[in-house]
Design a protein around this ligand. Structure first.
Ligand code: ARG
Length: 482
């Protein structure tokens, strides 16, 4: 086969080999091969339905494309790096297999809309996969939380003991962060799932194409409204790179806590052997490497966002070859995030929680001081004054090496005569948690309400994801049946 570039007509000379190597994107866009074939199947079906191509050509092209799909799925499809990209490879293979009729496939489209369509299709599946993994991790957090509704631990600000909470409550914080990540992905999906095919190079086409039809055949919600925007918009990639980055920041923060908590200084948790590694020199070591790698890979995920932002900044309309560089960053962001999500779920599910240690450290650091101040407020003391009284009490306790609850009533009454015996109902650490039953608080019933809320949001979202996956599946299936 004469492997000339798709655009060789205008040129006298051949490309230099180094130019070919420099301009090729096959190593990255080969990941979109399946979507490229599917997009072509939809396009040619539309060309037939609108009478742009005769049905004999349409049947020949469909058969040729289906053979290529088979070759791809059986690992037999031969690709040539000299052919620039996956789109060119598929078209050449088609012409090689069915003859010059293959050349009619590109009627009414350009690689510019083709690549934007393939990219969106690739990302749709990647997003749906990411959403499922996010849900698994949320479920792992909720299950662990359910076991630890009464496991008291310090809540921190500035890494100092602040107020007592429970492990369930703390884990639910991570869960709600991931909830927002999932919502963001799902919201971005709406703008992703729009079809640029038929935008052609930038200005639509003179053929009577039916863009609604191709959009529908490919499972998109609608065609893009403006052809120039259709070929040049990469907001969907930027949004997803941000969604992935925000998720990675959350995963990294969770990982960081588990690493700290695994240290002997904290001693709150121990990772299961299946999610730890040892040292080549120090026989005693058990390291939380999985969590460390989750934390470490966060950088790679967000590098995709910065890469894309810099790539798109200042590009004039419409397509510019720079945009060939758009796929690798977002694909890498998502591909790096996914295993981090997938590893985090079982790591959390299997980690051993040292409840007694968690609770015992709440004895330190006057973690119940706010509760003592709140008590005084209820007795009529202005909060600012109460703050001062308890501050003095803390100083007194530091000097006498005791906890607030170890003071005698007489000692306390020296601080404020308003303090009565009922103070001892208020300042034991467990009571501090139990009494924080405001909406969204750490008391058992508040956290149970959070489980319900999180789970019902997850169920609703899951229904949307399943419905969307099913819709895409049906669309792809129908194209295979052509
Ligand atoms: N390989 C190119 C890309 O990924 C395909 C589009 C080429 N279009 C063009 N006008 N040269 O962006």
């Amino acid at each position: 086969m004469d492997q000339k570039a798709l655009w060789s007509g205008r040129f006298d000379g051949d490309l230099d080999d180094s130019t070919l190597g420099f301009t090729s994107s096959l190593d990255v866009d080969v990941r979109m091969a399946y979507y490229d074939i599917m997009g072509s199947l939809a396009h040619v079906k539309m060309l037939g339905a609108t009478g742009i191509l005769p049905s004999s050509d349409v049947s020949a092209i469909i058969k040729g494309l289906k053979d290529i799909l088979k070759e791809l799925e059986e690992g037999r499809l031969k690709l040539d790096d000299k052919l620039e990209d996956i789109h060119t490879n598929v078209e050449f293979r088609l012409t090689e297999s069915i003859g010059p009729t293959g050349g009619r496939l590109h009627t009414g489209r350009s690689r510019n809309d083709q690549v934007a369509t393939d990219f969106r299709m690739y990302l749709r599946d990647a997003v749906l996969g990411t959403l499922r993994s996010l849900e698994n991790l949320q479920r792992a957090l909720i299950s662990k939380a359910e076991e630890h509704l009464d496991t008291v631990m310090p809540g921190f600000t500035h890494m100092q003991h602040a107020q007592p909470v429970t492990l369930a409550y703390h884990l639910m914080t991570h869960c709600f962060r991931l909830q927002r990540d999932s919502d963001r992905f799902l919201d971005a999906y709406k703008r992703l799932n729009v079809c640029p095919l038929g935008s052609a190079a930038l200005a639509g086409t003179t053929y009577p194409i039916d863009r609604r039809m191709t959009a529908e055949l490919l499972g998109f919600s609608r065609p893009t409204e403006n052809a120039m925007d259709g070929v040049s918009d990469r907001d969907f990639a930027l949004e997803l790179a941000f969604c992935a980055s925000a998720t990675a920041v959350h995963l990294s923060s969770l990982a960081e806590e588990l690493i700290l908590w695994s240290s002997p200084e904290f001693g709150f948790v121990e990772m299961d052997d299946a999610y730890s590694t040892g040292s080549s020199i120090m026989p005693q070591k058990k390291n939380p490497d999985i969590a460390e790698l989750v934390r470490g890979r966060c950088g790679k995920v967000s590098s995709g966002l910065f890469n894309l932002l810099m790539l798109m900044k200042g590009l004039p309309l419409a397509y510019n070859r720079d945009m060939q560089e758009d796929k690798e960053p977002v694909m890498t962001s998502l591909a790096t995030l996914l295993p981090a999500l997938e590893m985090s779920a079982p790591m959390i599910a299997t980690m051993k929680v040292k409840e007694e240690r968690m609770e015992s450290v709440t004895e330190e650091g006057f973690i119940n001081a706010t509760d003592m101040a709140d008590y005084l407020v209820l007795k009529g003391v202005p909060f600012r004054e109460a703050h001062g009284i308890v501050g003095k009490a803390v100083r007194h306790c530091i000097a006498h090496d005791k906890r607030l609850e170890d003071m005698s009533l007489a000692e306390m009454q020296e601080m404020s005569p308003l303090i009565e015996d009922d103070i001892f109902q208020v300042i034991p650490v467990r009571r501090c948690v139990e009494r924080r039953s405001s909406y969204g608080g750490p008391a058992r019933e508040s956290v149970e309400a959070q489980f319900m809320e999180a789970l019902s949001q997850m169920t609703r979202r899951r229904e949307q994801i399943d419905k969307e996956s099913e819709r895409l599946h049906q669309a792809m299936d129908a194209l295979r049946q052509l």
